[in-house]
Design a protein around this ligand. Structure first.
Ligand SMILES: Cc1cc2nc3c(=O)[nH]c(=O)nc-3n(C[C@H](O)[C@H](O)[C@H](O)COP(=O)(O)O)c2cc1C
Length: 268
C-alpha cells in the first residue's frame, strides 16, 4: 500500500463523520474513477473487497425517515463484500471498507457505514457476487448537504455520534510506558466509526505488539463487532504510520483477542 495514500487516509480520519443526507447530484466521473480504482487496487485480503456502484438505480437504504439509518439522495453506493466461509472475513471487511470510506472522505465526498438498514437482496443485485460472497455493509457516496438536516441531527443526537469512550475505557490496562506510535495508533482508533457508536474494541500491549480484542466474547449476528474491529485495525495502522512506524496485522483466534499489530520499522 502506498504511504502517500495512507497519509491522506490518516488525515481523513479526523474529518470523517457519517453523513446521511445528500444533494442527489452525481459526483464527477474523474473523482468516481479515482475512488473506484482505489477500491479495486486495495486488496490486501482474498476474503473481503469493496466495489463502487456508480449507478445503483434503486434505493437500497431501508431506514425510516427521521429515525436511525435513513439515507436520502445518495447518488452512488459502496458495497463491502465478504466470503462468508472465511473465518476472518468480517474484520478484513472492516479494514478494506474503511479504506474506501477514507479515500472517499479525502476526495471530499460524504459516506456512512450502513450495516443494518439496507436491503441485502437489492444490494446483492447491484454487484456480481461469487458463490460464497455476501454484501455485509454498504455506504452512500456523494455530496452531503451543507447543513445537517433535521432528521440527521436527531439521529446524531440519538447515537451521540461524536462521543467516544475515554482512553481508559478502551485501554483497560493503561498506557504507561507505551511508545509514541502506539499512543497515536489508539488515539486514531478511538475516533473510528462503529455500529450504533458502540466502540467494541479494547487494546493492550504485549512485548512490542499491540493487540485488539472485542469488549466481550459474545458476537452480534447482523452487524458483527469483528467488522467494527476491522475498521479500528486500519485506524491503528494509520496512527502508527503518522509516527513513522509501519507494521502488519496478524489475525488471532484467541477468545476475544482478534489480532496482533506487529511494528516493523520503529524509528530510532
Ligand atoms: C459497521 C457499521 C455499521 C453501521 N450501521 C449503520 C446503520 O445501519 N445505520 C446508520 O444510520 N448508521 C450506521 N452506522 C454509523 C454509526 O452510527 C456511526 O459511525 C457512529 O454513530 C459514529 O458516528 P460517526 O461515524 O459520525 O463518527 C454504522 C457504522 C458502522 C461502523
Amino acid at each position: 500500500m502506498q504511504t502517500e495514500r495512507m497519509t491522506a487516509w490518516f488525515e481523513a480520519t479526523a474529518s470523517r463523520h457519517s453523513r446521511r443526507v445528500y444533494t442527489a447530484a452525481p459526483v464527477d466521473s474523474e473523482t468516481l474513477d479515482t475512488l473506484a480504482s482505489a477500491c479495486e487496487g486495495f486488496h490486501p485480503y482474498p476474503d473481503a473487497r469493496v466495489t463502487l456502484v456508480t449507478e445503483p438505480g434503486t434505493d437500497i437504504f431501508t431506514g425510516v425517515i427521521g429515525s436511525y439509518g435513513k439515507v436520502t439522495g445518495a447518488p452512488h453506493v459502496l458495497c463491502v463484500i465478504v466470503d462468508e466461509d472465511a473465518p476472518f472475513a468480517q474484520q478484513h471487511a472492516g479494514y478494506v471498507g474503511e479504506a474506501a470510506v477514507l479515500e472517499a472522505t479525502s476526495l471530499g465526498l460524504g459516506t456512512c457505514w450502513i450495516g443494518g438498514f439496507f436491503d441485502p437482496e437489492k444490494a446483492a443485485r447491484l454487484v456480481r457476487l461469487g458463490e460464497n460472497e455476501r454484501v455485509v455493509a454498504v455506504s452512500p457516496v456523494g455530496i452531503a448537504v451543507d447543513d445537517y438536516s433535521g432528521s440527521e441531527r436527531a439521529m446524531r443526537t440519538m447515537s451521540s455520534a461524536h462521543k467516544r469512550k475515554s482512553l481508559e475505557r478502551i485501554v483497560p490496562e493503561g498506557t504507561a510506558g507505551w511508545p509514541d506510535w502506539a499512543l497515536a495508533a489508539v488515539e486514531c482508533a478511538r475516533i473510528a466509526p462503529s455500529a450504533v457508536n458502540r466502540q467494541p474494541w479494547r487494546f493492550r500491549m504485549r512485548n512490542r505488539d499491540l493487540l485488539i480484542s472485542r469488549d466481550s466474547p459474545i458476537e452480534m449476528p447482523r452487524v458483527t463487532k469483528a467488522l467494527d474491529c476491522g475498521i479500528a485495525m486500519l485506524h491503528i495502522q494509520l496512527g502508527a504510520l503518522s509516527k513513522g512506524v509501519m507494521g502488519r496485522w496478524e489475525d488471532l483466534a484467541e477468545g476475544p483477542t482478534m489480532a496482533r499489530f506487529v511494528p516493523l520499522g520503529e524509528p530510532e
